[in-house]
Write a protein that binds this ligand. Structure first.
Ligand SMILES: [Zn+2]
Length: 57
């Protein structure tokens, strides 16, 4: 594998790690990071995955 391509792969991995740390939350059902924070009925915080619709708190 040419060194230039290895460099590109490394950059992509660095971006993925940075993005993962920024979101902090992943859907426990599908693993998506498209998670919305919503207020629950009792005033608590719940989370809803906008990718698969799974909700949890
Ligand atoms: Zn999900």
């Amino acid at each position: 594998m040419p060194a230039s391509i290895r460099g590109e792969v490394h950059d992509l991995l660095a971006v993925a790690v940075t993005r993962r740390n920024a979101t902090l939350l992943d859907c426990p059902s599908c693993g998506s990071s498209h998670v919305a924070q919503v207020l629950g009925d009792n005033g608590g915080i719940s989370y809803v995955c906008t990718a698969c619709g799974h909700s949890w708190s």
